[in-house]
Design a protein around this ligand. Sequence first.
Ligand SMILES: *[C@@H]1O[C@H](CO)[C@@H](O)[C@H](O)[C@H]1NC(C)=O
Length: 431
Amino acid sequence: MDLRKWIFVILIVSVFEPQISIGGSEFSKQFLKLAKEDEVFDWMVGIRRRIHENPELGYEEFETSKLIRDELDKLGIDYKYPVAVTGVVGYIGSGEPPFVAIRADMDALQMQEMVEWKHKSKVAGKMHACGHDAHVTMLLGAAKILKSHSHLLKGTVVLVFQPAEEGGGGAIRVIDSGILKDVKAIFGLHVSPGLPLGQVSSKSGVLLAGSGFFEAVITGKGGHAAIPQHSIDPILAASNVVVSLQHLVSREADPLDSQVVTVAKFQGGGAFNVIPDSVTIGGTFRAFSKESFMHLKQRIEEVIIGQATVQRCNATVEFSSKDKPFFPAAINDEGLHKYFLEVARDVLGDSNVKSMLPLMGSEDFSVYQEVMPGYFYFLGMKSESNKKPVSVHSPFFEINEDILPFGAAMHASLVFNYLTEIQSSETHDEL
Ligand SMILES: *[C@@H]1O[C@H](CO)[C@@H](O)[C@H](O)[C@H]1NC(C)=O
């Protein structure tokens, strides 16, 4: 997940008022206790370390996928494979509707691990620096817990092990496969290094921004740096483009409708005395509403081309491609938010359920939320002793493995109670 530094800036706004729970709390507490027992905990730690040692990039998660399937086989859980190249979709319960899903992402990042420890990445230049190793493990943990209670499931839990979250749009391919078409709701989580261990944080409505990438080539005419009148300088033109792009958010967007335009790439020239032929710039843009997002996209293109023309240059602009698709904003369903609060309080206690402001980061979980009610939340892993935790996507990122039981129990409780409540609400004809 593209959260980086500001994952720390998650602002704890308020502690929610306690509420009466609708039931299922007995199981929720039991699930956390079970997940903390040595048998389950040690098994999860082993799995997480094996995945951590062998990180694989998006759509290349073949060994990770095999490990998941081997564990599902051992648990006696049916699954479909392959889904979206390397993905695995498992089923626990009656095999009948209603279906409710929990999802984990599987891919690692293209970066070198700098943490020296026994289970450091064995693959040079690849690392699980976003916690997806823990995400997969917690989903398997939930699978183990749910399997041992499968006779009590009032429907079917769908386990979604999704490839390629880090920009590859794995969720889009999972949805396109049609495998989730009967699913009523989906839940997902992300580890948070800045939030205390065993706390969750989220909000109703918009949680994470929609995100897109752009790349532009600004073409002039190269020549001798001391005879500028014979050249058309793309460096100056591109510099003006970068400055003009800053006005989209500062002058054209509603200050109360948060948006970002960042030029993060600027490449051109190679000598002190040569004006180059062209400059390539690239960056990302973020917005919470689809309307603002599409408007930004249009204006980015207009500004780049228009501003390049002012300096007699030509420009071509490309947006997110098949390898790097646009992600919509992650929007949490209001009904599921209320439901999440009840369950989280049962599992973790009232004081461990926090509220937060939206973040400009993005996450392809939003793709599921476009087609079904979905809920995404952050799960804390900051220990008392670690005052300065390292952010995700850092080469020094570390998972506090004590988080594993909390994630497993949260996943299991959310879907277990969901099926129970849907069932009882259908029989009592209310919701
Ligand atoms: C820009 O495009 C026009 C039309 O294709 C062309 O005539 C002109 O030479 C181009 N200018 C530069 C600086 O590449």
